[in-house]
Design a protein around this ligand. Structure first.
Ligand SMILES: Cc1cc2nc3c(=O)[nH]c(=O)nc-3n(C[C@H](O)[C@H](O)[C@H](O)COP(=O)(O)OP(=O)(O)OC[C@H]3O[C@@H](n4cnc5c(N)ncnc54)[C@H](O)[C@@H]3O)c2cc1C
Length: 367
């Protein structure tokens, strides 16, 4: 059986585009199919845009390895392609003495992950860098930064297209069937509804990867993981940011805490919090304001509560429910599910933006 195209990637978020670039540069014939009229309209445009150093994740995990590798690739790529970014640094702050053992444990994890540039600071030293911050000690992370995520995605798309890939928009995938020879037939909805066939298929559909994977019949009894949703909400601060660096409190479990991030325009925002939700819903919950203020004041006591206002929300694709152990990023290839030519990505939450290019390289290696 012949197929219309060699490789289809479903999803033009940062991960799908990084994979498209890596595969196109390898010489594959690539088509990226996106349901919305713009690239990066879902998770990739509703995040903190932080270039993570690789501090928090279990040593040896994909999240740790791909964050550290992806960070280096991302800085190089941004510099070479004129993508706006900044090595703005971050302070990870302990706001009470009882948090000090956790701060030390994080420094040890970071070192084991290859993040060897952290600097331990006293509260006084931290305040000489960031006078508005309140803390008893801190870790300075010089390799944490900030990227214009949309500029990054446009540059990835440009590279992919320069190597022959195509990106089609407004094209929701409605059904996936496996043909007798193992290749795939995809029903595309929208105005240009059609069925399109390919020999290789990558599902990089973020919040929808599990739903799309369930459309496929797997011979070996493989069952795709379920994706759960955890919403995060942001408040923005009026005027200039009181901080030059990102300020992160101690993480609570897998949640990094309500941090303060500084954007490329010098604006400061606070968030994201975490709320487990059953369906995709980006609405903003104004009743959370008091809780946000209380949390922010633990490290920024001078916050004027009248100076913050509603900003936006984003949704994390989680492979676990609240309280369960946190699994690693899932990139299920033929060795996992037994179907040649198929790679599916699940649970690519933070630090997926930072790790995107390393994820792209990994998928290109599987083919
Ligand atoms: C609140 C929040 C904060 C974060 N902060 C950071 C951070 O600071 N730093 C960091 O490194 N990471 C961060 N992340 C993680 C990062 O944003 C994600 O890992 C990354 O954006 C995931 O990209 P993606 O391409 O997998 O998903 P997406 O960007 O969601 O892309 C998937 C695409 O698939 C498309 N799609 C879905 N179904 C279909 C279909 N049926 N047909 C066609 N197209 C379809 C969607 O429309 C979408 O465009 C954060 C995430 C969240 C939620």
């Amino acid at each position: 059986m012949t197929a219309d195209i060699e490789t289809i990637i479903v999803g033009a978020g940062v991960v799908g585009l990084a994979i498209a670039r890596a595969l196109a540069m390898k010489g594959q014939d690539v088509l990226v199919i996106e349901q919305h009229g713009l690239i990066g309209s879902e998770i990739s445009s509703r995040n903190s845009e932080v270039i993570h150093a690789g501090i928090y994740y279990p040593t040896g995990s994909r999240r740790a390895r791909w964050c550290v590798a992806g960070k280096q690739q991302l800085y190089r790529f941004c510099a070479e392609n004129g993508v706006a970014h900044a090595r703005c640094e971050k302070l990870l702050v302990a706001t009470s003495e009882d948090q000090l053992p956790k701060l030390d444990a994080l420094a040890a994890t970071a070192a084991a992950n290859g993040v060897d540039d952290l600097v331990r600071l006293t509260g006084r030293q931290a305040r000489t860098l960031e006078p508005a911050v309140a803390c008893v000690a801190a870790l300075l992370s010089p390799s944490t930064g900030l990227v214009d995520s949309h500029g990054f995605m446009l540059a990835l798309q440009g590279h992919a297209e320069a190597h022959g890939a195509q990106v089609v928009l407004n094209s929701p995938i409605e059904a996936i069937a496996v043909r007798p020879d193992g290749s795939f037939a995809l029903d595309v909805g929208g105005e240009a509804a059609a069925t399109i066939t390919c020999t290789r298929l990558v599902l990089a559909a973020g919040l929808q990867s599990s739903r799309l994977a369930r459309m496929i019949d797997f011979a070996k009894g493989y069952v795709p993981p379920e994706t759960h949703y955890a919403k995060g909400q942001y408040y923005a601060l009026e005027g200039r940011s009181p901080f030059q660096r990102h300020i992160y409190p101690m993480p609570q479990g897998a949640w990094l805490g309500l941090h303060a991030t500084v954007d490329l325009g010098g604006r400061c925002k606070f968030g994201p919090d975490i709320e487990w939700i059953a369906t995709i819903d980006y609405s903003f919950d104004a009743s959370k304001l008091a809780k946000f203020i209380g949390f922010i004041k633990t490290y920024y006591p001078d916050l004027d509560p009248t100076s913050i206002h509603a900003d936006y929300t984003g949704i994390r694709p989680k492979l676990y429910r609240e309280g369960e152990a946190v699994p690693d990023f899932r990139v299920d290839g033929p060795q996992v599910h037994g179907h040649d030519g198929l790679v599916m990505l699940f649970g690519i939450e933070s630090p997926g933006l930072t790790a995107a290019m390393a994820i792209g390289d990994h998928v290109a290696m599987l083919y």
